[in-house]
Design a protein around this ligand. Sequence first.
Ligand code: ZN
Ligand code: ZN
Length: 352
Amino acid sequence: MSDSRLDRLRGELAPLDAATFLVTHPVNVRYLTGFESSNAALLIRDDRVLLLTDGRYAEAARAVEGVELIQATRDIAPFLGERLAEIVDPPVAFESGHVTYAAYEALARSGIELLPAAGVVERLRAVKDAGELEAIRRAAKVTDAAYERLSKEAITGKTEAEVAWWLEAVLHDAGADGVAFQPIVGSGPNAALPHHHPGDRKIGLGETVLVDMGAMLGGYFSDCTRTFATGELSADLWEAYGLCRDAQTEALEALRPGAAALEVDALARGRIRDAGHEVLHGLGHGVGLEIHEQPRLSDTSDAVLASGNVVTVEPGVYLAGRGGIRIEDLVIVGPDGPEVLSSFTKELVVLE
Ligand code: ZN
Ligand code: ZN
């Protein structure tokens, strides 16, 4: 169990005017205690931590140090609703972004005062400790190795789906415990669709091929996008590649503690818009125990970057019906500036 993480969360109780914090998001339970389960809850008070889970996980939960185990039923909210008044002090802050309306109703039957609190543990998770940074560096190396393999592969004539399946195997071969998400392979006009689902389209000559993939290793994720060419590109796609790369470089250089996420996003956004293209998505997102987490880099983000954040920087330039380019690096916001974890080249690589 991580005492420092629990203590950081305890520090949030007073500002919320809460005596107890109820954590129900499984990823947040894992972050705070190391306990991995699809169904668990924590009740955190100043002096004790109660861990609730059902019978399937009870044996594993007994190994978690520093918590008192309460074996609950499969549906934890009604179980808590009947007992909350006996086992904790009110008011109870709960993760309003992760509790369904039905679960809230069940908890409310306790008669205890419930305080909605959104994104509290997520904000703590956004600042990684040294061990987490090391895990993410390792996951990023796996993705780099997969891109090295891909760069030696002939893909013209294969379908996007074939390449995507092959990349999953390559990520496993390179040491991943799993994939962060199904790899995206978008070719030709499909490369203009930021989150294209790889399909039966055969990759042709003279196209952009957008590949977005990530590895999961030791519970942590990596995320990286590169865009390849199959033979010579048309002038507009070639120009778009240079634009995307320049926008990415400019945004990367602006990543430092104290920078407003919105302003970093605006650098790339402005450059792409000035060149006459529509911007279809935000600049990036945090990465850690989840593939999309805090802080977000977008035109609506209120995040201020801090040392220890891990974010992607992934501007895209999309030419509807013709092709598209996205370049995505995974980056640690270091005390003195960015530490770029993605090492595969950003020169345009031509695949056969
Ligand atoms: Zn990605
Ligand atoms: Zn991403």
